[in-house]
Ligand binder design. Structure first.
Ligand code: FES
Ligand code: FES
Length: 156
């Protein structure tokens, strides 16, 4: 059995130890906000936070998660009550195809203070996220204009 927390809630996983973290989150825990793009660690779509650091969940086997603190896009807000970062994406057009957005949000949620309002720094910080529709400008604006994210986690 592998034990960890997901969005502040204790979870225990029993199953194949090399199952990918993204599959455990989506299939075993029903957290389908995390999306799969390339499945090869290149696009950033599947990004979640592990101990507050962005991680591509398509590359990580769940057996590496013992004792870790995992956060998914579901931790940022709810459908009827979006978090400030999500609201900014909605307002400024950063939410586009839906596959890239959850991963971008997770990385943006832990950007260092040094990136605040600095488009170039935000672009560098989000460089691991590929957007095939090339709508990077509105993503950067959405991050730059969002209130600074506060560390938090919600149960789901
Ligand atoms: S789906 Fe994981 S990096 Fe693309
Ligand atoms: S936002 Fe997903 S491809 Fe551009």
């Amino acid at each position: 059995m592998i034990s960890f927390t997901v969005n502040g809630r204790k979870r225990a996983y029993k199953g194949p130890p090399f199952k990918r973290l993204i599959d455990v989150l989506r299939e075993d825990f029903g957290l389908t906000g995390t999306k799969e793009g390339c499945g090869e660690g290149e696009c950033g779509a599947c990004t979640v936070l592990v101990d507050r650091k962005p991680v591509t969940s398509c590359l990580v086997p769940v057996c590496q998660m013992e004792g870790r603190r995992i956060e998914t896009v579901e931790s940022l807000g709810r459908e009827q009550r979006l978090g400030p970062l999500q609201s900014s994406f909605l307002e400024h057009g950063g939410a586009q195809c839906g596959f890239c957005t959850p991963g971008v949000l997770m990385t943006a949620s832990v950007l260092p203070k040094s990136t605040a309002g600095d488009p170039l720094a935000i672009r560098r910080a989000l460089s691991g996220h590929l957007c095939r529709c090339t709508g990077y400008q509105t993503i950067v604006e959405s991050v730059a204009k969002a209130p600074r994210p506060k560390p938090r986690s919600r149960k789901r």
